[in-house]
Design a protein around this ligand. Structure first.
Ligand code: FMN
Length: 172
């Protein structure tokens, strides 16, 4: 499996929303999940939990309840990144930790040639409630975001977003 240099991966990653419907392998999923666990977290609490979905009927159920998750219908896998409030009780840290994990998952997916997109859940109560009900999540688990992953059905150019006006050297 070809793997990308980290700077190349960061600068060429784009949200991919069209997939071929082909499955992704367990070894690919293993690389992606391990990347999710390698993220930094406040006090190194690692408050994340991952729901891995490969079942097509669940993709259909997710597309039904989330207007912006229609790409799940052709996905190879979805990973719902959840935060455990028993492990990190400060919501701000919990969301930051899980977001760092989501970004690692996106980059790892791209780095091994797959397409992926972040589908937002938290803080939209409708989405978090739907996901909590659908997967019978315990009360201490917040679904933060979902990463939809698959074999690319579209290619996107890299986007250079560097903006010198937003960089403040030494002071504002
Ligand atoms: C918190 C968050 C929530 C997002 N939610 C969605 C979503 O629900 N559906 C979607 O298609 N893309 C979603 N995105 C992806 C953004 O639309 C995308 O990252 C942005 O347009 C920049 O494009 P790029 O990822 O190709 O660089 C989300 C991104 C973030 C960070």
């Amino acid at each position: 499996m070809k793997k990308m240099d980290v700077i190349e991966a960061i600068s060429t990653r784009r949200s991919i929303r069209k997939f071929t419907g082909e499955p992704i392998s367990d070894s690919e999923l293993d690389i992606i999940l391990r990347a999710g666990f390698q993220s930094p977290s406040a006090h190194n609490r690692q408050p994340w939990e991952f729901i891995v979905i490969k079942d097509k009927s669940r993709f259909e159920a997710l597309a039904k309840v989330h207007k912006y998750a229609q790409m799940t219908l052709q996905a190879g896998a979805c990973i719902i990144v959840c935060g455990n409030t028993d492990i990190q009780e400060l919501t701000g840290f919990l969301i930051e930790d899980c977001s760092a994990s989501i970004q690692n998952i996106l980059l790892a997916s791209h780095g091994i040639g797959l397409g992926a997109v972040w589908v937002g859940l938290y803080p939209i109560t409708e989405h978090t409630n739907n996901i909590s009900n659908m997967f019978s999540l315990p009360g201490n688990i917040i679904p933060v975001g979902m990463v939809v992953i698959g074999r690319k059905g579209e290619e996107k150019d890299k986007a250079d977003r560097f903006n010198v006006d937003k960089v403040h050297y030494e002071t504002w």
